[in-house]
Unconditional design. Structure first.
Length: 394
């Protein structure tokens, strides 16, 4: 079923004025130089004031270099090598745990091989091997707190920080990002690899009936600016899973925000014929929801606020429900594609209060991970697990 944008409650509008609503007129937002938030955002490394280009060049290798190891969590440091759980691992007959110990050891060996490579030509093959280890671990590998602790996967000297915060090897940006994603999940003690973890799934193929388990401890709220701990290309099988992880704030609506705070995130989806989005990757014309009697909906108001007063960048997620002709459409599920500035808005229909918003991808971010190469998300493992999920009827 195509995702439909939540029309929301229709409210009175104090801004823009009637003169702003003349068909064909548009409003241009402040430039990055004029906006205090944009000037301070660590995610906007090279804002371009007064940039009139329809395409903003990207700068691979700069946006996510801020990945820094966190202080070791208390749950991790409190596990003593002599504890019952750690001792059990040395004599376990559980083949699943034994296989996990082997897999984690192999991942660390692969990191070591990258560090010890004496010829540059060896690195591409080693990097691809490491990608496979990390991508498998993200979607398939069983671990628990004792396995992560035994393998020292959160330690700077031994674990995943050797990839995303390496001073020895210039790891590819996508590899660093995906290592950071895995590190953050384990750091937060989210060890389940079930795609629908934390989701109360209803039987059948209609995922719209699912709900987030209120007892799930790993839920992240989405009412924040910026990308938080998300990484470019991070992927989810359903929009509700993206809500669970704090990428978006509504399971059905395409726009999420709060009154007077603007929008935090938007989802590009197929929707219905009412919403004629134009997607050029780094440049998007995004359609607001249809209002009534020249009054925009609450959701549309959030983007109006962002464009006219708030000026915060919004998170953009793309759905596989986009038209298949869309170059940037993920193969399955939804993908986080970075931060975009809402720089302009136009009235499409004054009576229905329909708007289009021009979103421009913030500079200094890594490329959108849509190409059919090593950086693409979803990964082959994510695609395969998504297919199994659909076939299972969960």
């Amino acid at each position: 079923m195509p995702l439909k944008r939540n029309r929301g409650k229709v409210v009175d509008l104090s801004q823009p004025t009637q003169s702003d609503l003349e068909d064909g007129e548009y409003y241009k937002s402040q430039t990055a130089a004029e906006s205090p938030y944009l000037a301070k955002s660590p995610h906007l490394i090279d804002p371009a004031p007064n940039n009139k280009s329809l395409f903003i060049p990207e700068v691979p290798g700069s946006a996510s270099d801020e990945y820094k190891p966190l202080p070791l969590p208390s749950w991790y440091t409190k596990i003593a090598p002599t504890s019952h759980g750690m001792k059990d691992l040395t004599k376990t007959r559980d083949t699943r745990k034994a296989d996990s110990i082997t897999a984690l050891s192999s991942m660390k060996t692969c990191i070591t091989n990258c560090e010890k490579a004496t010829a540059t030509k060896e690195l591409p093959t080693l990097f691809e091997d490491l990608r496979n280890h990390i991508h498998k671990a993200e979607i398939l590998l069983y671990v628990d707190r004792y396995l992560v602790r035994k393998a020292k996967m959160l330690d700077v000297e031994y674990g995943l920080p050797r990839v995303f915060a390496s001073s020895k090897v210039a790891f590819p940006w996508d590899l660093k990002a995906d290592a950071w994603q895995l590190y953050n999940r384990w750091y937060a003690q989210i060890f389940e690899v079930d795609l629908l973890r934390g989701i109360k799934a209803r039987q059948g193929t209609d995922r719209n009936a699912d709900a987030i388990d209120p007892a799930w401890p790993g839920r992240v709220k989405a009412n924040y600016y910026g990308e938080g701990n998300l990484v470019p290309g991070q992927w989810w099988p359903t929009q509700l899973c993206a809500v669970r992880d704090g990428a978006h704030g509504t399971a059905q609506g395409g726009i999420f925000g709060e009154k007077e705070k603007g929008a935090y995130s938007v989802v590009l989806s197929g929707g219905s014929g009412l919403y004629d989005d134009e997607d050029k990757g780094t440049e998007i014309w995004y359609s607001g929801t249809e209002g009534k009697d020249s009054t925009p909906t609450e959701n549309t108001l959030r983007l109006i606020e962002t464009c006219k007063t708030v000026h915060n960048p919004v998170r953009v997620l793309r759905s596989h429900q986009l038209h298949k002709s869309n170059t940037y459409r993920p193969v399955v599920g939804l993908r986080y594609d970075g931060l975009y500035n809402v720089v302009e808005m136009r009235v499409v229909d004054i009576r229905k209060a329909t708007y289009k918003f021009r979103l421009v991808r913030a500079k200094g971010q890594h490329p959108i991970r849509y190409k059919d190469d090593a950086t693409r998300r979803p990964t082959i493992y994510e695609i395969n697990e998504d297919e199994k999920l659909r076939k299972s009827g969960r």
